[in-house]
Design a protein around this ligand. Structure first.
Ligand code: ADP
Length: 273
């Protein structure tokens, strides 16, 4: 059984009004346990709308979503879904609000009604998974940390809920190169040591070449490609057609080569490689 199954999902914002917008049209997708997916597409292609459906934040106009075999499009307790699918929004650090890192990360588990021992264990585990030393950071205010560190605290707060799937929406947006590298190595770590299924939303093919095993490309509310990272690149013409652009594809290819992939390099110049 797939971990997530999206069947013929359509979402129309403002249906029947002058603002009507078809954001998703007949989208089907399966996510398997152990996937590390890069969800790529232009701004406005429907990525955010899709991931918000996956943890029940918005409901489909039509279609179905099964998480762990359970239909989440029917009415039911949302808390259950949020525990299965953890969503890290863009700029998640804006949602930090507690006085200390420890309290911020424990907010979700405390609200689940877990014992204080279990909450402590979860806070320590999730801080370790995002590379924040518990003793050093637990009493610090989230607001005295660097951008990359704040973001790690926010991600730890979602991981502390022990979701089966972690979805990160543009996790490196607005960070400097150091912060970006921090977050990328942390995501790799989460995937490898945290035994997680991960979906990363990005508009950067280059970033996803570094990380993703599977790439799903969206365009105008539809999934137009879905496959292994190196296979997606081979469909270069189609990528250019939907405007993902030669510079993007070039850096994507260079990154794949760096990872030792056997890809056709005819389309890039030697200096670039
Ligand atoms: P992406 O995440 O790929 O940038 P979105 O899912 O945010 O794409 O948007 C898909 C389309 O839906 C866009 O045309 C966007 O303008 C529209 N849209 C997104 N959110 C809303 C909303 N709350 N109300 C109306 N239209 C929306």
């Amino acid at each position: 059984m797939s971990l997530i199954e999206v069947k013929n999902l359509t979402h129309i914002y403002g249906e029947g009004t002058v603002f009507e917008k078809v954001a998703l049209e007949n989208v089907s997708l399966t996510v398997e346990k152990g996937d590390l997916i890069g969800l790529i597409g232009h701004t406005g292609s429907g990525k955010s709308t899709l991931i918000q459906h996956l943890n029940g934040l918005i409901k489909p106009t039509s279609g179905e979503i099964l998480v762990d075999g359970k239909n989440i499009t029917q009415k039911g307790p949302l808390i259950d879904i949020r525990q299965k699918v953890g969503l890290v929004f863009q700029y998640p650090e804006y949602q930090l609000f507690e006085e200390t890192v420890e309290r911020d990360i424990s907010f979700g588990p405390v609200n689940l009604g877990l014992s204080s021992e279990e909450v402590d264990i979860r806070v320590k585990e999730s801080m370790e998974l995002v590379g924040l030393d518990y003793e050093i950071y637990k009493e610090k205010s989230p607001f005295e940390l660097s951008g990359g560190q704040k973001r790690r605290v926010a991600i730890a707060g979602v991981i502390a809920m022990k979701p089966q799937v972690l979805i990160l929406d543009e996790p490196t947006a607005g960070l400097d190169p150091r912060g970006r590298d921090e977050i990328f190595s942390e995501i790799k770590n989460l995937y490898e040591k945290g035994n997680m299924t991960i979906i990363i939303v990005s508009h950067s093919m280059e970033d996803m070449a570094k990380l993703a095993k599977r790439i799903v490309v969206m365009n105008h509310g539809k999934i137009v490609m879905d496959g292994e990272t190196r296979d997606i690149f081979k469909r270069e013409k189609e990528l250019v057609e939907i405007g993902l652009g030669v510079p993007q594809i070039t850096s994507f290819l260079i990154e794949l080569k760096r990872r030792g992939a056997d890809v056709n390099t005819d389309c890039i110049t030697v200096e670039e490689a």
